[in-house]
Design a protein around this ligand. Structure first.
Ligand SMILES: Nc1ncnc2c1ncn2[C@@H]1O[C@H](COP(=O)(O)OP(=O)(O)OP(=O)(O)O)[C@@H](O)[C@H]1O
Length: 454
């Protein structure tokens, strides 16, 4: 039975070694090739996730020209393939060249099967992780929570809660720092609700002057005030049948809080300057970055309104607390803006990725979106460098941490930095960190650090 085993391609021209390697790695569905042509044929046919390759291939068994050319063709055909290069003791420079060309790792001959086996195992693991990432990015585009890119467990939970409350008529309060995606989430909620075919209307209470807010919300009759030349519906009325989103609801002036409360209790509005009560059916979703409960206790926000608005409360975590989201979102925005700007082949340098991972993103996803847009425009050639991000000099936010957290964070950062410094070369990174390769692989797995640049 080989169908369910992962495919491993071994490129080795020595039939004896071929046999030995095949025998050592019977946990995999091994296919073999002795030269470039056969290797490329096997690659096309079997699409292996991992390849081990002797660099000394015919017609250049003592050099690396043929091996390096084969490596380039493999990566051109299947860029995600993890190629582990096998080299002789004296051929370190060839190995370095291979890594620079995109090989995943190298292993010195004569090979030590236990170590090589571990390297292969990790390569399969990383490949699977990358594929999963890609699948997730693709499925996001089709998902009803379409605008929301995240792999963080906290955010996934938020999305599940939104899916649960969407079909109901409960009022939803979305909490979160500025730029975390509160409006995106409100729109997703609307899309998932039975009201999806009707309008989603939004108003930002902090952005509209107090004297205009009432007529924006509830509309006005002709002649209600100077300039009211014709009867105009407000956003609440326009949202009839749909969803009304009140952003920065904490900034709603007291007088309007009373009017909003009345609307929520009686479900009728009165336009400014009008006397008619107009029934309106809307679902209310609101958002704030403020602590409304606290504002309520100090009398700056009506407590009764607070309870009306917050039948369900959903809290979006800030970007710095989401595991793995910074890089995922950066890749998403990079792809989006690179396509828009006609710069198809852009990728981040390792140092840029480190900065993205470690920056505290006080402006959350909005800051990230702007930063990547700028970087796509500023980047020369096919790489986005750390300096293109314009983030340097921003201090990491100080947070109270316990000792374990401090250690974990320091460990994570040290590994990411070491990998960046040696361009993802596992051997050099482990030397730099003073740990063995297996330990480094274990730590990378634990911290979900990917082993190659993207
Ligand atoms: N998870 C996400 N995936 C993709 N894009 C996102 C995500 N979250 C936010 N965005 C994008 O980030 C930007 C800011 O999001 P949004 O306006 O929803 O934030 P907000 O919390 O409502 O901000 P504010 O409090 O300042 O109004 C938008 O352009 C949005 O499309």
């Amino acid at each position: 039975m080989t169908q369910n085993k992962p495919k491993l391609l071994i490129i080795e021209d020595d039939p004896g070694l071929q046999k030995q390697l095949r025998w050592s790695f019977d946990a995999y569905d091994v296919v073999v090739a002795g030269d470039r042509e056969a290797a490329l044929a096997q690659l096309r046919r079997h699409e292996p996730a991992v390849v081990t390759m002797d660099l000394g291939l015919p017609p250049d068994p003592d050099g690396a020209t043929e091996g390096l050319a084969t490596l380039q063709q493999i990566l051109a055909l299947a860029p995600d393939t993890k190629v582990i290069v096998l080299t002789g003791n004296q051929d370190r420079s060839h190995a370095v060249k291979a890594i620079a060309l995109g090989a995943y790792d190298f292993h010195q001959k004569p090979s030590e099967p236990e170590i090589l086996s571990l390297v292969i195992q990790r390569a399969f693991f990383l490949h699977a992780l990358q594929q999963e990432n890609r699948r997730m990015l693709q499925s996001q585009a089709e998902s009803p929570l379409a605008g929301i890119i995240s792999r963080d467990a906290g955010m996934q939970k938020v999305c599940r809660n939104i899916e649960k409350v969407a079909p109901t008529s409960a009022s939803v309060m979305v909490l979160g720092e500025s730029g975390t995606g509160k409006e995106v989430l409100a729109r997703a909620l609307h899309q998932l609700s039975p009201r999806a075919s009707q309008r989603f209307m939004a108003i930002n209470c902090a952005a509209i002057p107090e004297n205009l807010l009432e007529s924006e919300l509830f509309g006005y009759e002709k002649g209600a005030f100077t300039g009211a030349v014709k009867q105009t519906k407000g956003k609440v009325e326009l949202a009839h049948g749909g969803t009304f989103f009140l952003d920065e609801v904490g900034d709603l002036p007291m007088a309007l809080q009373a009017k909003l409360l009345r609307f929520l209790q009686e479900r009728v509005i009165e336009r400014v300057g009008g006397h008619e009560e107009i029934p309106v059916d809307v679902r209310i979703v609101c958002a704030t970055h403020q602590n409304l409960k606290q504002l309520a206790t100090t009398g700056r926000f009506r407590e009764d309104l607070y309870y009306r608005l917050s039948e369900i409360v959903v809290t979006i975590p800030p970007l710095r607390e989401r595991l793995g989201d910074a890089v995922l979102l950066a890749q998403h925005f990079k792809n989006k803006f690179a396509t828009q700007e006609g710069r198809g082949n852009l990728h981040f340098s390792q140092e840029a990725l480190v900065q993205i991972e470690t920056h505290p993103w006080p402006g959350n996803v909005r800051e990230m979106e702007n930063c990547i847009k700028r970087a796509v425009i500023m980047a020369d050639g096919s790489q986005i460098l750390a300096e293109d991000l314009g983030l340097s000099g921003v201090p990491l936010e100080e947070e109270p941490l316990n000792l374990r957290q401090v250690r974990e964070e320091a460990e994570y950062k040290a590994i990411v930095k070491a990998l960046a410094r040696v361009e993802g070369n596992i051997v050099k990174a482990s030397e730099l960190l003073g740990i063995s390769r297996p330990t480094l692989y274990d730590l990378m797995e634990r911290h979900a650090i990917k082993g190659s640049s993207s």
